[in-house]
Design a protein around this ligand. Structure first.
Ligand SMILES: C[S@@+](CC[C@H](N)C(=O)[O-])C[C@H]1O[C@@H](n2cnc3c(N)ncnc32)[C@H](O)[C@@H]1O
Length: 445
């Protein structure tokens, strides 16, 4: 089965595609640093580096050349998601009414060349992965001036009535990934086997293999299951912050202030709720950091949260800003400087995974953020022969690794979705069960 991958980045999602039996013949990515990682890991794939708007024709020519008369089965497209949450219909309409054209996030328009390439490639099936907000995202209709159209309806309209769609909001922890990550997976297809399977069963997605409550399925894989066996690290000094024997098992140092806040943060709590450390007081009833919706419905953290102990007046080890001799509480959400839980999947790993101030980024019990090695495990990349190397021979930076992890989805979950599709296409349903069983075994670490 032949596939192409649009917006491929470093190719983490393509691990799933490849492992479920799809041959990725052509890929496209705008950022060279990311494309170099893809190129190293997929030397057989033609990667077209550059903006999809400008490279449309080159991509199509390369597909035709690589296919040499064969059929393309699948287009996998993962356009950037940062603009999706901003362009709900109400917000766009208000912006347009007020004459603010800039309200429209250009990144959402990348769906237009995506659909054009898909249609011109003659492939049967389009699978897209994006944030759940995609379902509520609107774009200005490219061919009907002045009209707004839901992005998924635009795809359907462009593909025509011969295509059916199956769209699901997937929680990756339900597929044995030790990380909570929700993504909207949209499948559009005119393939007869997929269409009749969908008509018969009402679904094109595999059943989950794990669950939050553990009632009929094994419980979600936890952070403890995944990384508690690793040597401990501490962000107080360079010697403690790095494990010499495990590549990428190191963390950035925390400065003295941050270390004080983090080292006083109890399990599953935020440093914003830390209590008095004056040995003569140790008051534990100081008001915690709250958030509530303002009159516009936006969640705002309280500005009343104390920074001095309400009993003895001692400075609390909460994220502070120094103003002369005085201190005030740093502005921040209740999930900032917060520890993950040992007994749940990790929170979603973002590009900020090495920043203690970002949401839920502190290790469950040690005084530090996660190491890149731990992030690779929680993202299930360790299950694949992926190499953190670039085709141009340059060293891959930590920032690039964080970007590639933060913008991709855990391949182990995605693989089950692709394997399910593959099994329908090849009339081999037993394969799916086997692949799901394999992933259950793999996840039991
Ligand atoms: C959500 S990420 C894709 C993640 C990828 N599927 C993976 O598994 O790692 C979106 C990618 O689209 C790329 N991109 C953004 N604008 C683009 C454009 N105009 N043309 C081509 N690629 C673009 C970004 O650089 C980014 O790497």
């Amino acid at each position: 089965m032949k596939a192409i991958s649009l917006f491929c980045s470093g190719g983490i999602g393509d691990l799933a595609l490849q492992n479920s039996g799809f041959d990725v013949i052509v890929a496209n990515e705008k950022i060279n640093d990311r494309a170099q990682v893809f190129k190293f890991n997929y030397p057989e794939t033609s990667i077209i580096i550059g903006d999809i708007w400008q490279k449309k024709e080159t991509i199509l020519k390369e597909i035709i050349r690589k296919l040499s008369g064969e059929k393309l089965d699948l287009v996998f497209a993962t356009p950037p998601c940062q603009g999706m949450s901003k362009n709900g219909r109400g917000k766009l309409l208000n912006g347009i009414r007020e004459g603010k054209k800039s309200e429209i996030d250009e990144r959402n328009l990348l769906i237009i060349p995506t659909v054009e390439i898909f249609v011109a490639s003659g492939a049967d099936t389009l699978i897209m992965e994006n944030v759940p907000e995609m379902e509520k995202t609107y774009i200005p209709h490219p061919y009907k001036h002045g009209e707004l159209i839901n992005i998924l309806d635009f795809i359907q309209e462009s593909l025509g009535k011969n295509f059916v769609r199956c769209i699901r909001n997937i929680e990756f922890a339900d597929y044995g990934v030790p990380q909570c990550r929700q993504r909207l997976i949209s499948i559009f297809t005119k393939n007869e086997k997929l269409k009749s399977y969908l008509q018969f069963s009402g679904d094109l997605f595999p059943p989950p293999t794990y669950s939050k409550d553990g009632l009929n399925l094994p419980l979600w894989i936890t952070v403890r299951d995944a990384i508690s066996h690793l040597p401990p690290l501490c962000a107080d000094n360079p010697k403690n912050a790095k494990c010499q024997s495990i590549p990428y098992h190191y963390v950035p140092l925390l400065d003295e202030d941050k270390y004080l806040w983090v080292s006083n943060t109890p399990p599953e709590k935020s440093a914003f709720d830390n209590q008095c450390i004056n040995p003569h007081c140790r008051f534990t009833g100081n008001q915690t950091h709250q958030a509530k919706k303002n009159s516009h419905g936006i969640n705002r953290a309280s500005t009343e949260t104390p920074i001095y102990c309400q009993k003895c007046g001692h400075l609390l080890p909460r994220p502070w800003v120094r103003e002369g001799k005085e201190y005030r509480l740093m502005k921040g959400y209740t999930s900032a400087y917060k520890r993950m839980s040992w007994d749940a999947p990790s929170s979603t790993l973002t590009r900020n995974l090495s920043y203690a101030c970002s949401d839920n980024k502190i290790h469950p019990s040690q005084h530090r953020v996660l190491s890149l090695y731990e992030a690779m495990i929680l993202h299930t990349i360790d299950k694949y022969p992926f190499q953190w190397k670039r085709a141009d021979g340059k060293k891959i930076s930590d920032k690039l690794i964080r970007d590639l992890i933060g913008e991709s989805v855990p391949p182990l979950g995605l693989e089950q979705i692709f394997s399910f599709i593959m099994s329908i296409l090849t009339d081999n349903h037993q394969n799916v069960t086997k692949s799901q069983q394999k992933s259950q075994q793999l996840c039991l670490f």
